[in-house]
Write a protein that binds this ligand. Structure first.
Ligand SMILES: Cc1cc2nc3c(=O)[nH]c(=O)nc-3n(C[C@H](O)[C@H](O)[C@H](O)COP(=O)(O)OP(=O)(O)OC[C@H]3O[C@@H](n4cnc5c(N)ncnc54)[C@H](O)[C@@H]3O)c2cc1C
Ligand SMILES: *[C@@H]1O[C@H](CO)[C@@H](O)[C@H](O)[C@H]1NC(C)=O
Ligand SMILES: *[C@@H]1O[C@H](CO)[C@@H](O)[C@H](O)[C@H]1NC(C)=O
Length: 532
């Protein structure tokens, strides 16, 4: 009797579904044709969807290596039209599904994932651009600029523009991430204090919004969408093209680091350098950052190898003596014309600064090697199997008026005492006037604020301890009334927390969402409008 019961195959299906949940890396047990509306199969774009284990595996992991969300399918677009028709279909379907652009998947908590939806593998576009992925032009009103596909890597933008003796002005520390990915966040680094973040250096974009419309936007045209998308965490549209500001490129770089044991002296000097170099005057510093040196082995790490080997032991001795050493890092670009004056200019600029005497280090390298400095560290870690480990990163913006409380409460009392931090900790001030408040990116409400980056890497089992550390840091800030904003935000669980993050920008952010992506289709992994 029971043998003929229709419940047996049914139970088997349930059992298999259960087993496959336990083994998510085997791929999606359900073909996308079961998960997405059947009508999708009648569209041309369906030919470019994949749900084989390789495709699913890639789209359900990211650099963070912590979160895993299985999509129904991955779109490998052969044109911008493919993306537009998929979004248009989802938008008009009676059962909408989510869609997330994936640049390099270098997010750390699933921001480019889409559970049961479609992940768009942006890099696939590169093979179909017919040499038009990056083009350089000039116009009387804009000067030199590059039109760049949203899927392009910044390192490729660098090489393509250098062929014309030009380069973008604002960079991230690491270049193997996409233009669309960094413009969805802000894109910050050592040039931001002077030129603003990458989102401040865009003239125009082509965007496919959440209704599947292809829209060209700029500060003059479709302004709302332009401002929404920049720093918009992928919520309003997929960036198909961005027009990026270019300037003549230098050839070489003087790269300098100075060590401090006193935080207030370090911060004072950093802020001084930011204020005297903040305009676009000719002989200004081109780069300014800062980092902590703590008791965790050699003073160099993957982010850059800098200190001469012969100095390692005396630097380690200094770190052991003081616990935390603050390292101010600047660079000045030069070329044949300024080769004779660059040292003198730097010397003048450093006059009156209070780093520890004898602890100023200099390096002279090519412009490309400087901008691409993180790559060699990456390759080394890759060869040791240490690049694809969990990365429970925490990135924060801290108002200048509270940075000293942050130093004593977080760096000294939490981070130093717990002594579990592995990886670089970055600290440097930025000038708020270089940010455009109409854009979606969120920064503290003070003229100067610090960016803090805890770029942790961990073993496969112990990322949770670092996650606890991050939460402890956030809790401390909350209790001490330090008004931090998260960058690449990820520690928000509820709508209330997102509201607080956006502050007075929340209403606009939400209105723009209703306008440009009313069905809440795009980038669900940010978990602002979707639980995902
Ligand atoms: C080693 C390393 C160093 C880094 N250094 C810096 C740094 O110095 N400064 C800095 O600012 N950041 C830095 N980042 C963070 C980086 O900016 C983010 O990871 C960012 O998300 C870019 O990565 P991605 O191109 O892989 O984007 P993804 O992770 O693929 O996507 C990020 C978000 O943007 C959306 N998205 C992707 N492409 C598009 C598009 N074309 N249009 C619209 N939305 C899109 C995605 O859906 C997702 O929500 C670093 C990251 C790593 C791993
Ligand atoms: C910030 O930048 C603006 C514009 O360049 C400049 O006028 C101002 O002095 C800068 N402020 C600080 C504190 O550096
Ligand atoms: C911190 O941890 C490292 C590595 O585990 C250890 O070598 C070092 O002595 C510790 N430092 C302090 C101050 O406890």
């Amino acid at each position: 009797m029971a043998a003929n019961s229709p419940t047996i195959p049914y139970l088997i299906v349930i059992f298999l579904t259960y087993i496959s949940r336990l083994m998510p890396t085997l791929g999606n047990p359900n073909p996308w044709t079961n998960l997405l509306p059947a009508k999708l199969q009648t569209l041309q774009v369906a030919n470019r969807l994949r749900d084989d284990p390789d495709a699913i595996k890639l789209a359900s992991t990211d650099y963070g290596n912590i979160v895993r969300e299985i999509p129904a399918a991955v779109l490998y677009p052969s044109s911008v039209n493919d993306i537009a028709s998929l979004i248009k279909f989802a938008h008009t379907s009676s059962t909408p599904f989510t869609i997330a652009a994936r640049g390099q998947g270098h997010s750390v908590r699933g921001q480019a994932m889409a559970r049961n939806g479609v992940v768009v593998d942006m890099t696939s576009l590169k093979n179909h651009r017919n040499g038009y992925g990056i083009t350089v032009s000039w116009s009387p009103s804009m000067g030199f600029y590059a039109d760049v596909g949203g899927e392009q890597l910044w390192v490729d933008v660098l090489h393509a523009t250098l062929e014309h003796g030009l380069a973008p002005v604002s960079w991230t520390d690491y270049l193997y991430i996409t233009v669309g990915g960094t413009l969805s966040n802000a894109g910050i680094g050592g040039q931001t204090f002077r030129y603003g973040p990458q989102i401040s250096n865009v003239y125009e974009m082509d965007v496919i919004n959440g209704k599947g419309d292809f829209v060209t936007c700029s500060p003059q045209k479709n302004t709302k969408l332009f401002h929404a998308v920049l720093g918009g965490l992928g919520q309003f549209g997929i960036i198909a093209r961005a027009r990026i500001v270019l300037e003549p490129s230098p050839k070489r770089v003087k790269w300098v680091r100075m060590l401090y044991n006193d935080f207030s002296a370090f911060a004072r000097d950093q802020e001084h350098l930011v204020s005297i170099n903040g305009r676009k005057q000719k002989n200004a510093l081109d780069y300014l950052e800062g980092l902590l040196l703590m008791d965790q082995g050699p003073p160099d790490n993957w982010r850059s190898s800098f200190f001469p080997l012969s100095d390692h032991s005396r630097i380690i001795a200094l770190v052991t003596k003081y616990g935390i050493i603050y390292c101010l890092e600047v660079a000045k670009f030069y070329d044949d014309r300024s080769i004779n004056s660059v040292d003198k200019e730097l010397q003048n600029m450093f006059e009156g600064m209070s780093f520890i005497p004898g602890y100023k280090f200099e390096k002279d390298i090519s412009y490309v090697d400087f901008l691409n400095r993180v790559r060699s560290g990456e390759l080394k870690l890759q060869s040791q199997g240490l690049w694809d480990v969990p990365h429970p990163w925490l990135n924060l913006f801290v108002p200048k008026s509270q940075i000293s409380d942050f130093n004593s409460g977080v760096f000294k009392d939490i981070v130093f005492n717990r002594n579990i931090t592995t990886g670089p900790v970055l600290v440097y001030p930025l000038n708020r006037s270089k940010w455009d408040d109409r854009m979606s990116a969120v920064v503290p409400d003070e003229d100067v604020f610090y960016t803090i980056g805890f770029l942790h890497s961990s073993g496969f089992d112990d990322w949770k301890a670092l996650d606890v550390l991050n939460k402890e840091i956030l809790l401390f800030c909350y209790n001490a009334g330090i008004e931090v904003k998260q960058y690449l935000p990820k520690y928000y669980r509820t709508k209330e927390e997102w509201k607080k993050h956006f502050g007075k920008k929340w209403r606009t952010f939400q209105e723009r969402k209703y306008q440009f992506d009313p069905k809440m289709i795009l980038s669900p992994g940010q978990r602002i409008f979707n639980d995902n």
